[in-house]
Design a protein around this ligand. Sequence first.
Ligand code: C2E
Ligand code: MG
Ligand code: MG
Ligand code: MG
Length: 289
Amino acid sequence: RAKHSGRSTFSWYTADMDVDAQKRKEIEADLVKALKFDQFDILYQPQYSLIDNKLKAYEALIRWEHPSKGTISPDNFIPVAEDCGLIEAIGDWVLVHACKEAASWEDTSLCVAVNVSADQFIPGVTEQKVAEALRLSKLAPERLEIEITENILIANTKAVVETLKNIRSMGVSIAMDDFGTGYSSLSYLSRFPFDKIKIDHSFIKNLGKSTYTDAIVTSIVGIGRSLDVLITAEGVENAEQVTLLRAAGCNLVQGFLLGRPASVKSHETLRARQAQDPMLIDPLARQLH
Ligand code: C2E
Ligand code: MG
Ligand code: MG
Ligand code: MG
């Protein structure tokens, strides 16, 4: 998925590509080193409310600072990590580090969203990992959100529901990521405890260009309403999309228009500059003018 690869210029692996065994071994060995020598980094992407135009949260997105290959995007190594079992250790690292960083933010109203992939989601274990990250970081549970995908709902339904309930009972919220791309079933939706749906960017991309897509997005927002969950739109890149999402009743937006994944420090610098310069107003306010 080249469109996902961000600033990375190097591609080792894509979902559609068969990587030969030799290459996989190489990546695995390199991933072990990456964990050992602390080569992972987390970038943060802002999520804004369409209700009050305010910054609400940052999503934590992992990057691999490879010593010779440069920055590598998650789409290029997470699938390998999932297959070889290293995703657990990488996931633990992300969870603890994202919580620690969020606990250090000046604005204590901001939440942090952490991705947990299906292979990483282990009933009976994941809730303990979440509790441990909260304990180590001293982050208020209400400030943590776990992003899962529909794929975790396929197997072992009962145990998965139990774990989601356990996580929510700590005060942590659950968001359903990439909604509409996976094993979507409306009956599943009503059975699984979660707080938010993130509409996949593939739908947002065609918003305003296809009446079919517009209808799907409006329907998802409607589902969110009736299930009493918040709706976030992913991959928002232009003002027209924001206008349509507002009209549809979408709650939150995330995408390059509002900010690319970057360090929180650089987001703060930009926001401080925007606040001081009357000519530089934030993207959501600008969209209203
Ligand atoms: P995701 O969780 O759906 O994250 C959103 C992805 O969309 C990010 O790609 C982000 O950079 C990209 N994106 C954001 N806004 C826009 C936009 O306006 N246009 C376009 N075209 N793309 C946008 P990224 O950072 O490369 O991450 C890709 C995927 O890798 C994530 O998708 C997530 O599934 C996975 N991932 C990232 N970090 C982690 C992690 O710490 N753990 C696990 N298990 N998976 C992760
Ligand atoms: Mg996500
Ligand atoms: Mg997504
Ligand atoms: Mg994804």
